[in-house]
Design a protein around this ligand. Structure first.
Ligand code: GDP
Ligand code: GDP
Length: 455
């Protein structure tokens, strides 16, 4: 008991705090029209970005809860602080100042296609004075050819610019990784909260595939803890379930439990729920009905999962309804329609009878381990050296792009960046990914392979 008190920074006799600690604040500042709102939408994972094409349009200042790499934070969009009639210079400076006063770290956004303006320089001075950690975001770097624009922003004296395309999502993962490092650890009651916490799982699949049956089967009746996530209005319920001796957080389970809705729910609502659950999850269990032919909706849900970059486990449910014919056909279906997720662990189970439900945890562990994997730079380059020596990139038009160097800047999912002397063909990139999987496993995790072309 004493340990617990120390951990949370409680003093003897202190009343137990009632409020959850506030997450750290990340403010997004910059001139109008550099893409702040677009970036915020990207960060919070909202698909329909509410972005005005008119410069300086008045919007309310808004803050959102968000999460990255297991860390919760509040992101403040200052896009709307532009409603008085002062000169642009002063307005931007004031806006930045107010944001910085509430922030633990700042994303300072500059339009790389325009370069640093005198307004930007004024903001830099202010940011320096305030002494908060600042990350310089070079936005609108939509492709490699614009990276040079970003590099010129070193001149602002804020260190390395992060080349990003808020519209396309390019580079935002690296930016967020760095932002999370810049934010303080969430402090609770003046003390530190241990890192980690239960891993977050989304149970996904079309209506009637057996999601709620599986949740009930896994949770039993008395181990479920319903956790109302603060500050969210959509499907706010997570359930903490003990499996294999550890707690797991099943996210957005309200939509699963609300079966009468889901059973008649349209494809549209199923997609919405899938998306919102994915935003919060680290790993997705995609339920498919083993006894029925793969549907278009299954394929769409699977695609959302793949696009999300989360770890993946495929669960073939209703195995108790299988017969030999269907089984043979299913194998063929898997080879034909699920070849692009051949890397995901598969579990055959029955949510109804509980058969094989114990296979789920090992599959989740495998997928999450892969998702967390970082290959050391030396190992990665040794692997690529051998691979390229044995299978060089084909010569095209008298040229042969070479891979100079590779590194893995981030995990969750693993992202590998190749520095090359030319553009690598998609076929060759797929070949590299295939070999990465053969060599390092990565079972259950997508792999992102990026390229930086150096002339
Ligand atoms: P804010 O005023 O700083 O919040 O800027 P907005 O987010 O409203 O964006 C201003 C304009 O820039 C909009 O037309 C966006 O579509 C565009 N924009 C934002 N980010 C990018 C980007 O990464 N690339 C490109 N090409 N355009 C962008
Ligand atoms: P959800 O809409 O995805 O949550 O699906 P439910 O869990 O509500 O299941 C839909 C129907 O399928 C219910 O009638 C369940 O009893 C049935 N069901 C779920 N899992 C299985 C299973 O493994 N075997 C069989 N035979 N039926 C199942």
């Amino acid at each position: 008991e004493e340990d617990t008190a120390l951990l949370r920074g409680w003093e003897d006799g202190d009343p137990e705090p009632e409020e959850a600690p506030a997450p750290p604040v990340l403010a997004v500042v910059g001139r109008p029209n550099v893409g702040k709102s677009t970036l915020v939408n990207r960060i919070i994972g909202r698909r329909e970005a509410v972005v005005e094409d008119v410069p300086g349009v008045t919007r309310d200042r808004v803050s959102y809860e968000s999460e990255w790499g297991g860390k919760t934070f509040t992101v403040v969009d200052t896009g709307g602080w532009e409603h008085d009639a002062k000169g642009i210079h002063q307005r931007v400076a004031e806006q930045a100042e107010r944001a910085v006063d509430v922030a633990d770290a700042v994303l300072f956004v500059v339009d790389a296609t325009v370069g640093a303006t005198s307004t930007d320089e004024a903001v830099v001075k202010l940011l320096r004075r305030k002494g908060r950690p600042v990350l310089l975001v070079a936005n609108k770097v939509d492709d490699i050819s614009q990276e040079a624009d970003a590099a010129s922003l070193w001149g602002l004296g804020l260190g390395q610019p992060f080349p990003v395309s808020a519209v396309h999502g390019r580079g935002t993962g690296d930016l967020l990784d760095a932002a999370m490092d810049a934010l303080p650890e969430v402090t609770a009651y003046g003390g530190l909260i241990p890192r980690g916490g239960p891993r977050r799982v989304a149970l996904l699949g079309r209506p009637n595939v057996g999601k709620s049956s599986l949740l009930n089967q896994l949770a039993g009746s008395d181990r479920v803890v319903v956790d109302e996530t603060a500050g969210t209005t959509r499907d706010p319920v997570d359930e903490l379930v003990e499996l294999g001796g550890r707690m797991w957080r099943f996210v957005d389970t309200a939509g699963i439990r609300r079966r009468q809705h889901m059973a008649h729910g349209s494809d549209y609502y199923a997609s919405l729920r899938t998306q919102s659950a994915l935003d919060k999850a680290e790993v997705a269990v995609v339920l498919l009905e083993a006894s029925e032919v793969l549907s278009e909706q299954d394929v769409r849900i699977l695609q959302l999962v793949l696009d999300s970059g989360r770890a993946v486990v495929l669960a073939f449910n209703k195995w108790d309804l299988m017969d030999e014919d269907r089984r043979t056909y299913l194998e063929r279906e898997i080879d034909r329609d699920l070849a692009h997720v051949a890397w995901a662990p598969r579990v055959n189970l029955s949510a109804k009878t509980g058969w094989h439900k114990d296979r789920l945890v090992p599959a989740l562990d495998t997928a999450l381990d892969s998702w967390d994997t970082r290959i050391p730079t030396g190992k990665l380059n040794a692997f690529l050296g051998e691979l390229v020596a044995a299978h060089p990139h084909p010569v095209r038009g008298g040229k042969q792009p070479r891979i100079l160097f590779a590194t893995q800047p981030s995990t969750q999912p693993p992202r590998i960046v190749l520095f090359t002397t030319g553009f690598l063909e998609p076929g060759y990139r797929r070949f590299i990914i295939r070999r990465l999987r053969e060599t390092f496993g990565f079972e259950g995790s997508p792999i992102e392979l990026g390229m930086r072309v150096r002339e």
